[in-house]
Design a protein around this ligand. Structure first.
Ligand code: ADP
Ligand code: ASP
Ligand code: MG
Length: 440
């Protein structure tokens, strides 16, 4: 029988009533055998995600503020006890919550604390579905450098083979030091992908609160179009650039195994959603653009030197400075006598930018070196852009008509994307202008 792995995100686990509707979705198809869950997310705009509360608890302990811990953990306790009531089953969460609070108080650390949201959510889902709970520490392992250990695929496959059905908490696993370790935020998407790979699923269903991947963030453009089909590569470009509907790293476990991902809406399960596939099955449509995404807070370092192109080792020396300062760069657009380094602001805090600039000046003696801080990168992505004449002309005309100043341009060598750097404050206007040019 074909196996489907279903991952339910935070909004799908937000309260007991939604959890009961998730159970209906799971039970509607017998192929839905393995379920991965996130911690309860926001129930309404101003609500706080359980994971955020748990991180706050760990911070309070770190700061020795036990009053804050109690207040914060009290909110988590109330949420889970309310969920337990809503599902109409006594599953002993009160005792579990007390044990967890004690461990956090004893300094179990941020990763352990954060992981408990998923742990408890999976306990709840396992009880509702009457399907065994399998802990993520049994199946997901991290390497010493903190990245996912690919041995997890075989390990998870072996462990899960003993279960016809299982509920597994997302977001965490066991670190190389034998302690609980989490992925980065939104990482339950990766857990779901690992499980899909391990059980050789025919489909990885990712259930969230939108009817698929939209052409851009619905919080930026009003009611954008849903994308029926997206390639893994397009997804990677868009999610990396801020379309956080799916974690950018969640494709790696499934891509090489050829397992498609479907984004589905828990609140509108009948909607078609988005299929993420290896190769586009729909013939290149008239629209060369599939989607647009943007990310703020980058710095661009511009370098100019005449005859730069003829100077052997110029780029190597510049990149060496970055390596020595443990700075990673996102893009490296260059011309004959110019080069720009696009770097996430995170790497340049606490005087690192000044050090990097001084060392670059010493290393390559540029004619000019200057920076643009607080830049947003906006990526326009689509496999249909290759060989489509006039896409960039339309894009830049739309930006100029919207009065947006383009500070940097980079086109990926695969012609899958065009990236523009604009001021942070122009980011949303830039996405809107591109969207309306290609989708209206
Ligand atoms: P979950 O808790 O289910 O994992 P997330 O909040 O991580 O859900 O992801 C879903 C959210 O991603 C949506 O509610 C939406 O606001 C946001 N989002 C950003 N970009 C896009 C996009 N291009 N298409 C759809 N949703 C997007
Ligand atoms: N609960 C975690 C977070 O809020 C992981 C996830 O939802 O995927 O980031
Ligand atoms: Mg998510």
């Amino acid at each position: 029988m074909a196996i489907k792995v279903c991952k339910f995100g935070g909004t799908s686990m937000a309260d007991g009533n939604v959890i009961l509707s998730v159970a209906k979705i799971v039970k509607a198809e017998k192929e839905r055998r393995y379920v991965v869950v996130s911690a309860p997310g926001k129930r309404y705009g101003a609500d706080v995600k359980v994971t955020d509360l748990l991180y706050k608890c760990a911070e309070a302990v770190e700061a020795g503020n036990m009053q804050e811990l109690e207040a914060c953990f009290g909110k988590i306790r109330a949420r889970f006890l309310h969920i337990e009531k809503e599902i109409g089953k006594d599953i002993g969460l009160d005792v579990e919550l007390s044990e967890i609070e004690e461990k956090i108080k004893d300094g179990a650390g941020a990763a352990y604390a954060a992981s408990r949201g998923e742990y408890l959510a999976a306990r709840v889902m396992s009880a509702v579905l009457e399907v065994p709970f399998v802990d993520a520490t049994e199946i997901i392992r991290f390497k010493e450098d903190g990245t996912l250990d690919e041995a997890s695929f075989a390990l998870a496959g072996k462990v899960l083979a003993a279960y016809e059905k299982a509920v597994i908490p997302g977001f965490y696993g066991l670190g190389a030091d034998g302690k609980v370790k989490t992925f980065s935020r939104g990482g339950s998407d990766i857990s779901g992908a690992v499980v899909a790979r391990a059980v050789k699923a025919s489909l990885y269903e990712n259930w969230t609160d939108v009817s698929g991947f939209y052409a851009c963030d619905p919080r930026i453009v009003n009611s954008p179009r849903s994308i029926p089909e997206l390639t893994y590569q397009e997804l990677r470009e868009l999610s990396y650039m801020g379309a956080n509907v799916l974690h950018a790293e969640s494709i790696f476990p499934v891509r090489s195994a050829g397992i498609p991902i479907r984004i589905c809406n828990t609140f509108r399960p009948e909607d078609k959603g988005t299929d993420i596939v290896q190769y586009a099955t729909q013939s290149a449509c008239e629209n060369p653009v599939t989607g647009i995404a943007g990310k703020k807070d980058f710095t661009v370092i511009f370098l100019e030197k005449s005859m730069m192109n003829a100077e052997v080792g110029f780029a190597g020396k510049v990149l060496n400075v970055l390596t020595e300062n443990r700075v990673s760069f996102e893009h490296l657009p260059s011309g004959i006598d110019t080069m720009s380094l696009v770097i996430d602001n995170e790497y340049l805090k606490n005087g690192v930018l000044e050090t990097v600039l001084t060392q670059i000046k010493e290393a390559v003696r540029p004619d000019k070196i200057y920076t643009h801080e607080n830049i947003a990168l906006v990526a326009t992505v689509g496999h249909g852009m290759a060989n489509n004449i006039g896409t960039s002309a339309r894009l830049f005309k739309a930006l100029s008509e919207a009065g947006i100043n383009v500070i940097m341009i980079d086109q990926g060598s695969s012609e899958l994307n065009i990236i523009v750097g604009v001021d942070n404050k122009d980011c949303n206007a830039c996405i809107n202008a591109i969207y309306h040019e290609f989708f209206n």
